[in-house]
Structure formats: structure tokens, C-alpha cells
Design a binder for this molecule. Structure first.
Ligand code: PA5
Ligand code: NI
Length: 182
């Protein structure tokens, strides 16, 4: 276990049960995400932005299996941009995913490979089918924690690179107290 400890601290990953893993993302892990660098720099890099607890009943990469995760995204803003997840395409880009809202208010931001961006409102009970080839990211647009669940194929994988480099083609900002894609 000691051998793995440094790696766990680095990646923010902890094993919290048999086949259950919790990832913690802090502001310092989200440097590429937000537009307003001045507002970002004055924030505490240790502030927790979100946790994801996931269950992996089969090995990552296994064809035909499913994973499930629950994301707890804190409320807050960096400048006029809401706290949000990193966002990703799947490594096997044609793999789909379900998201569903559990508590709080959010926006699911979606982008296809042609970089068209659109968004769906998330609320307790909302259900979202994310087809293959669509990058996905969630913003918390409310004043309380946003909890949503996800289920994805065990051979989907996460590709963060494209979004880290190029971002989404539109940003979700608070304009006159309301979320707007800009
Ligand atoms: O598998 C998913 O799409 C989700 O469980 C996300 O990984 C989770 O919401 C966190 O977002 P991200 O992986 O983009 O940081
Ligand atoms: Ni995904």
C-alpha cells in the first residue's frame, strides 16, 4: 500500500471500497478550465471543486461491461464562469453515456467533433443520453451542491487532452444572473 500512496496523492484517487474509487479534483487541478486567469489565481488551489465516486465491476477496457459514477460538484464561480468538470471525449470516441440529475441545478454542456456546442438543463430526475462522439462537461449553476450520476461502457475511457488544449467552443457564463452560452 505504501508504494501506491504517492501516486494516490498525485492523482487525487483513493480506493474507498472493493472496486470503488473516489477522485477529488481541486481548483489547482483545473488550471486549463476557466477563462478568467486573474480570478483563478486568487482562489485557493486546495479548494475542492468536485468528487467522483465510481464503481468498476470489471477491469477498465473490458468490452461489454458498464461503469457507474456519482459526481458531487460544488457551487461557485471563477469570475462569471460556474464551477464545472474538466470535460472530455471518450478515448473510444464512439462510446455513449447516460447522465442523470440527482440534486441541485446544473447545465450539461455538449460539443460534437465539428465543435458545435449546446447545453441541457440538469435537475433532480433529469436524464441525458450522450451519444458517441460528443464531449461532455457539467457546470453547477445553482447555490447548492450539484449531484449527478453517470453510466458509461467499461471500454469507453476518458480523453481529456483535446478539451485541455482546445476547450469547448462556447463558455457557460452568468449574464444578468442567468446562465448563458457565449
Ligand atoms: O464518466 C463521466 O463522464 C463522469 O463520471 C465524469 O468523469 C465526471 O463527471 C467528472 O468529469 P470529468 O471526468 O470530465 O472531470
Ligand atoms: Ni464520459
Amino acid at each position: 500500500a505504501l508504494i501506491f500512496l504517492p501516486k494516490l496523492i498525485f492523482t487525487g484517487k483513493e480506493l474507498i471500497g472493493e472496486n470503488v474509487e473516489r477522485i477529488t479534483r481541486r481548483m489547482g487541478d483545473l488550471r486549463d478550465v476557466f477563462e478568467d486567469k486573474a480570478a483563478f489565481e486568487v482562489m485557493d488551489p486546495n479548494l475542492i471543486a468536485y468528487h467522483v465516486s465510481s464503481i468498476f465491476p470489471v477491469k477498465e477496457g473490458t468490452p461489454g461491461g458498464l461503469f457507474m459514477g456519482i459526481t458531487y460538484l460544488m457551487p461557485g464561480k471563477v469570475g462569471d464562469e460556474y464551477f464545472m468538470t474538466k470535460g472530455h471525449f471518450h478515448s473510444n470516441i464512439d462510446r455513449a453515456e447516460f447522465y442523470w440529475g440527482v440534486e441541485g441545478e446544473g447545465m450539461l454542456i455538449l460539443m460534437n467533433e465539428a465543435r458545435d456546442v449546446w447545453a441541457e438543463r440538469m435537475y433532480p430526475g433529469s436524464l441525458h443520453y450522450i451519444p458517441g462522439g460528443i464531449a461532455h462537461r457539467v457546470a453547477n449553476v445553482g447555490n447548492s451542491i450539484l449531484t449527478f450520476a453517470a453510466s458509461w461502457p467499461s471500454d469507453a475511457g476518458h480523453n481529456y487532452g483535446i478539451i485541455a488544449r482546445e476547450g469547448f467552443a462556447r463558455r457557460l457564463k452568468e449574464v444578468n444572473g442567468k446562465p448563458e452560452l457565449i
